[in-house]
Design a binder for this molecule. Structure first.
Ligand SMILES: [Mn+2]
Length: 327
């Protein structure tokens, strides 16, 4: 496994914790510009110099970038929505793929959730010892009209995109790792969703069959779907479709769930890692969605520094105990 941590493109305490924990790989974020601003804002997605400077920022601290997460929103939001800027945005993607190749950045974690990203209705649910976790409760977000996007439109936009970029993914050796919808529900207020179950993942993988189109196996999302997480890991590891792992757990169902500490959720996390190991998974992994613990404020629910530190240590301890090699 390649043990990595998601680190924002400006060094902060989470960088220090990652480095001090022995992490040597980074899941990098591209400086983000809100939708509606210029497509690329101050960071030009088609500029090698801009990508190289970003790469060097991480590298200078001993963190080798291995995954781009998420797929840069300024380019991808229009593609997901299928709006008037779609073709121009696809052009941008086609222009940055060779740059990623040059930097040996082989994986993009992408989601297919336009308009709303990962979504929670509660951010301060008490967990062990007063730590705080996030949760999703469908009753908190009633259906609204008109729908901004339907399932059919999402599928159509996805097929349009994959057909446009598929050959370039192969040419430049860059993998697209599709993250599940979070929450994995068919409808979220005024938008619909598609990456919500195994059946739809099978459909996704059949649109443009390619060794460069696969999955971000966010364990918490597949658990929330009600899928058998051990079957999911086995099935997609065998097919070499696991491009990236999000180590995470939840309790509940698609329409009603909350996050858990990694060590006390319903999932047997040791068994999950045994399965990745036994099927020879050697790609990147990162911890995902952690509780906010004492010492952190709750300004970044799911991504607080101390909770992350605990999760990293827990993951590393299991890997060592299993003699699962990682770098
Ligand atoms: Mn995730």
């Amino acid at each position: 496994m390649i043990l990595a941590d998601a680190l924002r493109p400006s060094p902060d305490r989470t960088w220090d914790y990652a480095i001090q924990t022995g992490i040597k790989h980074a899941v990098i974020g591209v400086p983000w510009n809100p939708p509606g601003t210029t497509p690329n804002g101050s960071f030009d997605l088609t500029s090698y110099a801009d990508w190289k400077a970003l790469y060097d920022l991480y590298e200078s601290r001993g963190l080798r970038p291995v995954v781009v997460e998420g797929a840069p929103e300024p380019a991808h939001e229009s593609i997901k929505r299928g709006d008037a800027n779609r073709d121009q945005s696809i052009e941008t993607v086609l222009n940055y793929l060779p740059i990623l190749d040059k930097l040996n950045l082989r994986t993009i974690c992408i989601n297919w959730m336009p308009y709303k990203g990962w979504y929670r209705t509660r951010n301060n649910i008490p967990a062990r010892g007063g730590a705080l976790v996030t949760g999703f409760y469908q009753e908190d977000i009633p259906d609204a009209e008109p729908l901004l996007i339907t399932q059919q439109e999402l599928w159509d936009n996805l097929a349009y995109f994959l057909k446009a970029v598929g050959p370039s993914l192969e040419k430049y050796g860059v993998k697209l790792a599709f993250h599940p919808d979070d929450p994995p529900v068919p409808r979220l207020g005024d938008v619909e969703r598609i990456l919500i179950n195994k059946g739809n993942y099978e459909k996704l993988l059949n649109i443009v069959p390619s060794a460069f189109i696969g999955i971000t196996l966010c364990q918490g999302c597949f658990c929330a779907m009600g899928e058998d997480i051990y079957d999911i890991i086995t099935h997609y590891s065998r097919r070499e479709k696991v491009f990236f792992v999000h180590f995470r757990d939840i309790q509940g169902s698609p329409h009603s769930f909350c996050e858990t500490f990694h060590d006390i959720g319903p999932t047997d996390m040791v068994r999950c890692l045994e399965l990745y190991r036994d099927y020879g998974f050697n790609g990147p992994v990162r911890v995902d969605h952690v509780p906010t613990m004492a010492g952190d404020d709750n300004s970044r629910p799911g991504y607080a520094a101390v909770g992350r530190l605990f999760a990293l240590g827990y993951l590393k301890g299991i890997l060592d105990a299993l003699h699962y090699p990682y770098s």
